[in-house]
Ligand binder design. Sequence first.
Ligand SMILES: Nc1nc2c(c(=O)[nH]1)N(C=O)[C@@H](CNc1ccc(C(=O)N[C@@H](CCC(=O)O)C(=O)O)cc1)CN2
Ligand SMILES: Nc1nc2c(ncn2[C@@H]2O[C@H](COP(=O)(O)OP(=O)(O)OP(=O)(O)O)[C@@H](O)[C@H]2O)c(=O)[nH]1
Ligand SMILES: [Mg+2]
Length: 466
Amino acid sequence: MPAQWEAHRTSGSTIAAIATPMGQGGVGIVRLSGPQSLDIAEKLFVPGPRFKGFKAYKLHYGWIKNRNQQILDEVLLAYMPAPYSYTREDVVEINCHGGPAVLEGVLEALYHLGAEPAAPGEFTKRAFLNNRMDLTQAEAALEMINAPTQDGALLARDKLQGHLKERVDSLRDSLEKLKQELCLAVDFPEEDLECLPLADLAQRTNSAVREIDQLLKAFEQNRVFREGALVVLAGRVNAGKSSLMNALLGRERAIVTSIPGTTRDYLEEAINLDGLPVRLVDTAGRRPTRDKIEMMGLETGRQLISRSDLCILVLDAGQEPAPEDLDILEEISPGKLVLAVNKQDLVSGTPGWVQDLKDKGLDLVHTSATLGHGLENLTRAIRSRILGEKRPQATSSLAPNLRQKTALDKARQELLLLADEARQEMPYDVLGVRLDYACTFLDEITGRIVTDDILNSIFENFCIGK
Ligand SMILES: Nc1nc2c(c(=O)[nH]1)N(C=O)[C@@H](CNc1ccc(C(=O)N[C@@H](CCC(=O)O)C(=O)O)cc1)CN2
Ligand SMILES: Nc1nc2c(ncn2[C@@H]2O[C@H](COP(=O)(O)OP(=O)(O)OP(=O)(O)O)[C@@H](O)[C@H]2O)c(=O)[nH]1
Ligand SMILES: [Mg+2]
């Protein structure tokens, strides 16, 4: 462990928090970590008749008292002694009935006996500081909780298991080794050591860059599984955007009326499209307007479209595309566009202009939001526009998160500079400094080098009790 963290480890405080969500549940867990965990829990626990002392990793049946020494709830209690626990400290978990009043009563009693409230992510932070996991694994715990779909969970699992850490560490080790070979040539020039040939250096730098590129590619490919794809419904007023939003969600989320200009602001809802997590956004319908509020809504819509992974242009099958629709057709590349020709129930046959759009090779589906027709085709079109035919490769594509990606970018940049400087035959010690920088950026990913700022920015996103 880096020396700077010794202080944290020996700080000796015992933290407590409710580890399960607030609300009613079958079971709710209150968690303690730190040297006083068992002492504190013991003072509140009234064991059942078969209890013969606290055994590690057993569930002990009994009752728990509140801070006034009244029996509060029937519980199961687990004791996990250091260092074989989640945090590597003594951990006690109290499994209560899952109601907020019970859990708060227990927590209050723990505070009363000297436990301190845990900060967000503090259990996992302690696990990291005590070397039970590296930073990529700590982040994976959060990604697991936030995973919007099962595929997203599989990606988090790979990192939780330490596969990203292994990849980054082995890349770092190869650069470290390269640097040692360079330095040997610098430090003992008189010994006539064979210098590392520049061609070797170039080749090894190159292969490190390629390794980084693979990880960066996985970042892009898997982004939608971590965050959800942004899909925006757009088009002229009254085309049926809000109706389609509701139909896809399966509930009446957005207001629908026959009055053009019903939606003025945007609405966002999360939806799982056959495993693809989507943030579906309904926007204000387009039309010429001087209304200030409506203009603001339209501007918001435009910004959403520009950030979107996919735009669904909703057209009214009974009307030729309006200039506003043609604007969207112009603005957006066909790869990010699906046309939904809606109100299909009101027309018979395929109007000529629809055929023209199809002939242009645009992705087009016929829908009737009110009858619920064409929704599967629309879902399929959205999926295949965003994903192609691929699903995430749960075992082979290790996907860095944004923080990790940013550090990889920086390491890659150093390696490219190194390659450049090697071509200019710069001195070996100059080249060595580039390798040092690259290693430093890789170390930021795993947390071998870490600042308080990095730690805070990671763990402030956790929930309390994790
Ligand atoms: N009740 C409960 N469920 C939970 C957790 C928890 O902390 N408590 N977890 C929390 O995120 C996750 C499981 N992760 C865990 C990771 C390590 C250890 C642990 O005690 N490891 C020890 C002992 C391992 C062993 O006995 O083989 C160790 O690594 O030394 C516990 C949970 C999900 N479910
Ligand atoms: N017959 C038929 N009517 C539809 C269909 N989809 C929507 N409508 C009707 O068209 C009208 C407008 O629907 P909305 O969903 O509010 O349209 P919008 O595009 O959100 O409109 P704005 O919010 O004004 O931009 C409503 O009266 C809907 O009932 C459809 O597929 N078939
Ligand atoms: Mg609407």
